[in-house]
Design a protein around this ligand. Structure first.
Ligand code: M6R
Length: 667
């Protein structure tokens, strides 16, 4: 939900910001903008301050990046020991008078459009901020795009300011605002506060944060402090890195990784000051903070399309490796072991009830787990849509284990539900893909999936690895609770690993799956049906199809269709029937016959050896004969490819479907 980037350093900022925004665009893509601090040459700025310092080695800047050949940081910056002596100041720093040295360029539409527009403008500088938006307050207009400016303040924001109306009243902002956004309100309030604080921007920001209710990641330029970017966050993600090419801050690593593999997560409620020389981090009282430095565990290629036409197709193909990366490091003599994750056995032996909490695709993974856990572990297991969990007064106590699933680790509904579960005494175990994300850090135990960055808005590989994680957890819990002998657990793990080549086999059928969409794309509605685990999968199949192909899709427990929805089945309406569960196979075939009798166009997915009679389906796809619980893995690949080729067939923007954003940091 909105992508943020800030850069200050020896390189020209415009290209860095535009490149970063292109990487972050999946977070929001209805408008984009940058703000550049004009300068007349090299950076020569005050690098004072009493906080912790993170500076790069006095290394050599990559020639390709600097465009100036190989030079040391000191050469390119001028004499860093006497920064004001040899560099050229951009603007007076103490009291900026006259027109703002900060140029804002913003536009509705994609980053590509912004880039084309910027190209014609002779503006650049060594310091700037950029934003790609997913509209919350105010429609998609140029005026509502970020950055927003008020007096000497220019800022970008990811999140929601809940009490913006109150702030408008308190600070008498009526008539001043040029946009309908909550963000512009923050800019005006900060401008007023910095004047009250006679230019002490740190104090003014601290006062702003004390006034705001809501979530935020802000990057702020203050015209009187050229070359500096101030970054703060609450819930909304921000990472920062000091690199040989300058200092960067961004909503996520994809924008930073071309410059550095080491980074830190901006601590909540800390103030981060980026200068060309260093990054200072201070706490609310101005006390220096030393954040934990992290290393990226994937390389820049992982965030590129690498020859695939879309990220989604690439990520579908990455699933087998992602599964291995998630499973293999957690096996000890063929059995699941979470010592490296620091998850004690008592988490599983001590619990009397499990709540699985998540949103969207992650919640669908939870539904698969629920179907498996309750019969296996013989304790109550509930799955919750996170946004409902908070308001339903669920039964949670010290005997509850809350398993929280989130690819991004920043989904606000999931985070809020997890906090509630924790408050009520539950132990919290998160299954998260993004390292250092808020949900991972705030949970009692984090189980990282190792899928690498997922860029397409439609989640694919994240789902498979969430399932893999949930399966490993279920297996270990069953062992520890005496439901599985070690031998049975070993067989379970072997079956899980066997599901990986089965996924690859499904990818081998992609041309056939593409062929199926020639009918599908001309239909307005589609239905997905299944029983048990197949019903949970149906939900995911329907979500995938609707979110990227805009075909209305519904999933139903197959036995439920006749209680109403079958009224919608008319000739040639596509029904995707998933029938991999042997104990309900015959029932499932009866349900399929019910829709076939109404001339639906049935696409059946079942095991190779399943006894499917003549005339049951228009098209049949087979998966290898895996044990029932493991069929989800190849079947989901089919569902993903079906949705993908439907969207491609309709010539839609597969990776950035309308109205959506990759991570949802608003309630
Ligand atoms: O990052 P999270 O896993 O918490 O995100 C949850 C959902 O927003 C996400 O799975 C969403 O449903 C996907 N766009 C579905 O493809």
């Amino acid at each position: 939900m909105c992508g943020i980037i800030g850069y200050t350093g020896p390189l020209m900022a415009k290209e860095i910001l535009l490149e970063g925004l292109a990487q972050l665009e999946y977070r929001g893509y209805d408008s984009a903008g940058i703000a550049l601090l004009a300068d007349e040459g090299g950076a020569a700025l005050n690098a004072g301050g009493a906080a912790s310092t993170f500076s790069a080695d006095s290394g050599v800047w990559p020639a390709a990046l600097s465009g100036a050949g190989a030079m040391t940081a000191a050469e390119a910056l001028g004499d860093t020991a006497h920064p004001t002596a040899t560099g050229v100041r951009r603007r007076p720093t103490a009291s900026h008078a006259g027109p703002s040295p900060i140029t804002v360029i913003k536009k509705t539409g994609k980053v590509k459009g912004l880039r084309a527009y910027c190209g014609s403008l002779p503006v650049d500088g060594h310091c700037g901020i950029g934003h790609t938006r997913w509209a919350t307050h105010g429609g998609v207009t140029d005026a509502n795009a970020h950055p927003h400016q008020a007096g000497e303040i220019t800022l970008i924001h990811n999140g929601i300011i809940e009490n913006y109306q109150e702030l408008i009243d308190t600070f008498h902002l009526q008539g001043k605002l040029l946009s309908q956004t909550d963000t512009e309100v923050a800019a005006w309030v900060l401008d007023a506060l910095v004047r009250e604080e006679v230019g002490d921007i740190a104090k003014a920001i601290a006062r702003l944060l004390a006034l705001i209710r809501g979530s935020y990641g802000f990057c702020i330029l203050y015209a009187s402090r050229p070359g500096e970017i101030y970054a703060v966050r609450n819930v909304s993600p921000l990472v920062a890195s000091y690199t040989p090419s300058g200092a960067l801050v961004a909503s996520d690593l994809t924008a930073i990784i071309p410059y550095s593999r080491s980074y830190f997560v901006v601590p909540e409620n800390a103030l981060v000051r980026l200068t060309p020389y260093r990054i200072d981090v201070t706490g609310p009282e101005g006390d220096p903070i030393t954040p934990e430095m992290l290393e990226v565990n994937w390389n820049v290629d992982a965030a590129m399309k690498n020859g695939y036409p879309h990220y989604m197709l690439k990520e579908i193909h990455e699933q087998p490796r992602a599964m291995e990366n998630t499973i293999l490091p957690r096996l000890d003599k063929g059995l699941p072991d979470f010592a490296q994750d620091g998850i004690p056995d008592a988490v599983f032996t001590g619990c009397e009830r499990i709540h699985i909490i998540a949103c969207g695709t992650a919640m669908h993974a939870g539904m698969v787990a629920r179907s498996m856990y309750e019969p296996l572990l013989r304790i109550p297991v509930a799955v919750w849509v996170a946004s409902e969990f908070r308001y339903e007064d669920p039964l949670v106590d010290g005997g509850t284990l809350a398993i929280v699933i989130s690819q991004s680790g920043e989904t606000i509904d999931t985070l809020a539900a997890m906090r509630l579960a924790s408050e009520k005494g539950a132990a919290t175990l998160s299954i998260v893909n993004v390292k250092g994300s808020t949900i991972a850090r705030e949970s009692d135990y984090a189980f990282y999936t190792h899928a690498g960055p997922e860029i397409a808005v439609a989640s694919t590989k994240a789902y498979s690895v969430q399932l893999a994680a949930l399966y490993l957890i279920g297996c270990r819990a069953a062992m520890l609770r005496g439901k599985y002998t070690p031998e049975e657990a070993k067989v379970f793990v072997t079956n899980l690993l066997d599901a990986i080549p089965a996924m690859e086999m499904m990818m081998g059928q992609k041309e056939r799956i593409r062929g199926l969409t020639s009918h599908l794309i001309h239909e307005k509605d589609a239905f997905f049906i299944g029983r048990g685990l197949d019903y949970a999968l149906s939900l995911e199949g329907a979500l995938k199809l609707k979110e990227i192909s805009y075909i209305h899709a519904e999933a139903h427990a197959a036995g439920e269709l006749k209680h109403g929805t079958i009224a919608l089945i008319a000739p040639l309406v596509p029904v995707v029937a998933i029938a991999t569960q042997e104990h309900v196979f015959a029932k499932m075939i009866s349900n399929i016959r019910e829709v076939k009798a109404r001339d639906a166009f049935v696409i059946l997915v079942s095991k190779l050896s399943a006894p499917v009679g003549d005339g049951v389906a228009n098209v049949r796809l087979s998966i290898p004969d895996l044990p029932d619980a493991f069929c989800v893995f190849p079947v989901v690949v089919f569902l993903q490819l079906l949705a993908y080729y439907a969207a491609v067939g309709k010539n839609l923007n597969v990776d950035q479907p309308r109205n959506l954003a990759k991570s949802v940091t608003v309630e």
